[in-house]
Ligand binder design. Structure first.
Ligand code: SF4
Length: 391
């Protein structure tokens, strides 16, 4: 691990100044495992939770011993798993620990919250330094919640949001899952109505990804959701949300003005971020790496100090350009060609020009004011457009 980190340090030291970076903390436990979930998480046990707390502090300390001279942390994101299982004191302790180990100028500190969380904790999380809540509502349709196996009723989401407002929460994101077997056009109406009543500052709409090897496969076999149906559903949300005042700024994300998620923008804008915890990814300089996803593998890598990443990649400038384009084109604003040239001097971009012109002629890309973007009405086929441009 240390040898790999030293390579990154060498690269960061060439920059000559500190970079603003996001900090991601992966909390790997949930009350129960959802049958459709492929994230790195396991069922909460108090002993494992405490072991994680001690280990994550050690990982933060160790990462800081390499990188703190080169980074200024300006966003922190507690993701998971179900990080709302962390008590406000634990959240405060971790934020303080990040501050003790890095230079921090925090603009945004997010915690993902399950609707099943105790509303009473929210005020304390805010006191602890959290200023953004990301609530994994999934749906306000009880039938969809039942199919997903979520252990709460729509009323619980409403009461949590009302509690969050009373506690002073003024930057709340709400996640919806669409393309779920059993959803109907009524589901869309119910969800849009609930959103217009609750007025969260941010909305994410994720298509349920059909995966092999998850227990939910049985549900898909019984009630398949066609690509066309999922696409139509996504499009209805896209238009409905925009009409109701949430501006789409990324393929799956919508916000009121000024409430885009700063932390997640770092991923799409290809800016530096450091991740700690099992399965967490990092991107600093021209390196990208991912921690082991299993708890035991992550612990033993930390304890031994031996390299045990699931992935550790030194990107060539050409590879970095491709990644930068692929992530930047997810944004409505697109990506600046001039910025691409200045970030990756010496990389020959002429190869992209012909493909770019072809895609533009088909109306699949727009180029104006030096920005390349995918038209929002084509976001549904963005993966194909990006592949066409890059490969
Ligand atoms: S709560 Fe989220 S992270 Fe946990 S098992 Fe369910 S979907 Fe996965």
């Amino acid at each position: 691990m240390d040898a790999d980190y030293n390579l990154v340090v060498r690269r960061l030291s060439e920059a000559g100044q500190k970079a603003e970076a996001g900090f991601y903390i992966h909390y790997p436990f949930c009350r129960q495992k959802c049958s459709y979930c492929h994230f790195s998480s396991s069922v909460y046990e108090r002993e494992l939770h405490l072991k994680w707390l001690a280990a994550i502090k050690e990982e933060i300390r160790r990462a800081a011993s390499f990188f703190s001279d080169y980074l200024i942390i300006d966003t922190v994101y507690f993701g998971g798993g179900t990080p709302s299982l962390l008590t406000p004191d634990e959240v405060k302790c971790l934020l303080d620990w990040v501050r003790e180990n890095f230079e921090v100028r925090l603009q945004e500190a997010t915690i993902e919250v399950t609707p099943a969380a105790e509303a009473g904790r929210i005020g304390d999380w805010l006191q602890a330094g959290i200023n953004r809540l990301s609530v994994g509502a999934q749906s306000f349709d009880p039938e969809v919640l039942r199919v997903l196996g979520r252990a709460y009723e729509p009323e619980k989401i409403v009461s949590l949001l009302e509690g969050a407002r009373r506690a002073g929460g003024d930057n709340i994101g709400l996640d919806l899952m669409v393309g779920v077997p059993g959803e109907s056009f009524k589901t869309i109406e119910v969800n849009l109505k609930a959103l217009s009543e609750l007025q969260p500052e941010h909305v994410s709409v994720y298509l349920l990804e059909e995966l092999d090897k998850v227990p939910f496969q049985r549900v898909w076999e019984k009630s398949p959701v066609s690509e066309e149906a999922a696409a139509e559903t996504y499009e209805r949300y896209r238009l409905g949300l925009e009409e109701a005042g949430w501006l789409q700024y990324e393929i799956s994300n919508f916000s009121k003005p000024g409430f885009q998620c700063r932390h997640n923008l770092k991923y799409w804008k290809y800016q530096p971020f450091l991740g700690v915890g099992p399965s967490a990814s990092s991107h600093l300089g021209n390196f990208r790496w991912t921690n082991p996803s299993g708890l035991e593998d992550w612990w033993s890598a930390l304890c031994s100090g031996k390299p045990n990443f699931d992935e550790f990649i030194r990107l060539s400038p050409e590879e970095a350009v491709r990644e930068c384009l692929a992530s930047g084109l997810r944004l409505r604003e697109g990506i600046s060609l001039a910025e691409l040239v200045s970030r990756f001097p010496g990389v020959d971009l002429s190869g992209y020009e012909t493909r770019l012109t072809g895609l533009k002629d088909y109306g699949l890309l727009q180029v104006s004011d030096g920005l390349v973007r995918i038209p929002t009405e084509r976001f549904l086929v963005s993966n194909s457009i990006i592949s066409e441009l890059l490969f």
